[in-house]
Design a protein around this ligand. Structure first.
Ligand SMILES: *[C@@H]1O[C@H](CO)[C@@H](O)[C@H](O)[C@H]1NC(C)=O
Ligand SMILES: [Zn+2]
Length: 262
């Protein structure tokens, strides 16, 4: 049976790498695909991009972590939500996940003026009242994705070791664990510190590449030490059993879209 994979996976003809996703998932060949390279001297300034309001980010929550075969998802309870940011409605958080490279090789999905960053955090939100991605994907802004880049720092990030340990508990496809008593605010800064961002319309970056995403890429970066970066890329395995590394889709053509900047 045909499956999709990342470029880093060598599965000969049994899986389709990003250049061939559209053969299995036609929407991956669409004209509003993500990720993109953001060219900063071509972005349009918009005065109509206010800050967000985060709800439930400081609450203690239990997070279920599952190895999905292509990446690991951190499922969030319905109490975590957001509004504002010029999005058309209220959105509830569904999950967050990371895109990484390998030791010494950056692995963000978006790039800024061609620069790739060590890692990228995606927080996936679904517009209310939809209850699933399947329902939300018929609405051009049915999904709100927040993206934050990581930059390598000398000091450890104080809360990433919890994330790394959880990934170590879900080495193989389908395995899961729970991170008890975590606060999203441990990794995501307060909305008041996230007023600068890029906005464009795009897609999910994994098949089926649904073109229903209002993307927000923040200027503010998160920190990760080189020790944590080396550790995080070593924890999991793909559904094929190979080390889960370089889990990012190549950047896609803009095809006439405009990237706005707050
Ligand atoms: C988290 O899980 C623990 C143990 O199952 C439970 O006692 C606690 O109430 C849960 N916390 C939340 C916020 O759901
Ligand atoms: Zn993602």
């Amino acid at each position: 049976s045909a499956e999709w994979c990342y470029q880093s996976q060598t599965c000969d003809d049994t899986c389709k790498d990003p250049s061939r996703w559209a053969a299995l998932f036609p929407r991956c060949g669409g004209l509003r695909q993500s990720p993109i390279n953001i060219v900063t001297n071509k972005v349009h300034f918009s005065s109509a991009l206010p800050h967000f309001s985060f709800i439930g980010h400081t609450d203690l929550i239990n997070i279920t972590v599952e190895n999905k075969g292509h990446s690991a998802h951190f499922a969030l309870p319905e109490s975590v939500r957001l509004t504002g940011g010029a999005l058309p409605g209220h959105y509830r958080a569904a999950q967050f996940h990371f895109h990484w490279g390998e030791r010494g090789t950056p692995g963000s999905e978006h790039t800024i003026d061609g620069e790739r960053f060590p890692m990228e955090l995606h927080i996936v939100h679904i517009k209310e009242p939809y209850s699933s991605l399947e329902e939300a994907e018929h609405d051009m802004a049915g999904i709100a994705l927040l993206a934050l880049f990581f930059e390598e720092t000398a000091d450890d990030h104080p809360h990433l070791d919890t994330i790394i340990a959880a990934l170590g508990q879900v080495k193989n496809n389908g395995s899961n664990t729970v991170i008890p008593n975590f606060r999203l605010s441990y990794i995501i800064p307060a909305a008041s510190e996230l007023h600068s961002y890029y906005r464009y319309v795009g897609s999910m970056t994994t098949p089926g590449c649904e073109q229903a995403v209002a993307w927000t890429v923040f200027h503010r970066m998160l920190s990760i030490s080189s020790r944590q970066l080396d550790a995080i890329v070593k924890q999991c395995r793909f559904w094929t059993g190979q080390p889960m590394k370089n889990i990012f889709r190549p950047t896609q053509p803009l095809d006439g879209r405009v990237v706005y900047s707050s």
